[in-house]
Design a protein around this ligand. Structure first.
Ligand SMILES: CC(C)(COP(=O)(O)OP(=O)(O)OC[C@H]1O[C@@H](n2cnc3c(N)ncnc32)[C@H](O)[C@@H]1OP(=O)(O)O)[C@@H](O)C(=O)NCCC(=O)NCCSC(=O)c1cc(O)c2ccccc2c1O
Length: 136
C-alpha cells in the first residue's frame, strides 16, 4: 500500500498578498521551501543540521509552479509533499497546495542537486538521505 504524502499546513498572511489581495506568486516558493524544511526534518535529514555540518548542500537548480485558484488572506492551506524523482545525485520534490475543501490551488516542483562546495557537484546522495527520500 502506498504511504500517504507528508503534509504541511500554513495560513495565508496579509504580508503574503499583493494589491489585489491574492497570494503574491513569488511567496508560493517561500511556502514550498517551508514545506521542504518540515519534510526534511520528518525524514530525519534536517536542513539546519546539514548546514551546520557543512559537508554537503542541496541547492535548487530548477523551480516551477502552476497557479490554479487565487489564495487569499486567512486561507488555510495544506501542502502535500512528494518525492517525484530520485537520481544518483539529484532529486525532484512535488508540492500540491490544497484548500480546506481539498481543491487544488497550486502545484510546484523543485529539483535539488548534491554539491560539496560552491561549484562542485557531489558523486552520490548520502545513504541516509536516499533512504529517507525513498520512503516517500
Ligand atoms: C549546482 C551547480 C554547482 C551545478 O553546476 P554544474 O554545471 O557542475 O552542474 P551539471 O550541469 O553537471 O548538473 C549537475 C546535475 O544537475 C542536473 N541539472 C542541472 N541543471 C538542471 C536543471 N535546470 N533541471 C534539471 N536537472 C538539472 C544535471 O543533469 C546533473 O545531474 P546528473 O544526474 O545528470 O549528473 C550549479 O548549477 C549552480 O551553482 N547553480 C546555482 C544554484 C543556486 O544558486 N540555486 C538557488 C539558491 S540555492 C537554494 O535556494 C537552496 C534551497 C534549498 O532547499 C536548500 C536545501 C539544503 C541546502 C541548501 C539549499 C539551498 O541552497
Amino acid at each position: 500500500m502506498t504511504e500517504p504524502p507528508f503534509q504541511y499546513h500554513y495560513r495565508i498572511r496579509l504580508h503574503d498578498t499583493d494589491a489585489a489581495g491574492r497570494l503574491f506568486f513569488a511567496h508560493l516558493f517561500r511556502h514550498a521551501q517551508d514545506a521542504l524544511e518540515a519534510f526534511m526534518e520528518h525524514i530525519g535529514y534536517p536542513i539546519d543540521a546539514m548546514l551546520r555540518d557543512g559537508e554537503i548542500l542541496l541547492p535548487l537548480i530548477h523551480a516551477e509552479a502552476d497557479y490554479r485558484r487565487p489564495m487569499r488572506h486567512g486561507d488555510r492551506i495544506r501542502v502535500e509533499v512528494r518525492v517525484e524523482d530520485l537520481r544518483r545525485r539529484s532529486f525532484a520534490i512535488g508540492y500540491r497546495f490544497l484548500s480546506e475543501a481539498g481543491e487544488e490551488m497550486a502545484t510546484a516542483r523543485t529539483i535539488h542537486v548534491l554539491v560539496t562546495d560552491e561549484v562542485h557537484v557531489g558523486e552520490a546522495l548520502p545513504e541516509a538521505l536516499r533512504a529517507g527520500l525513498e520512503g516517500c
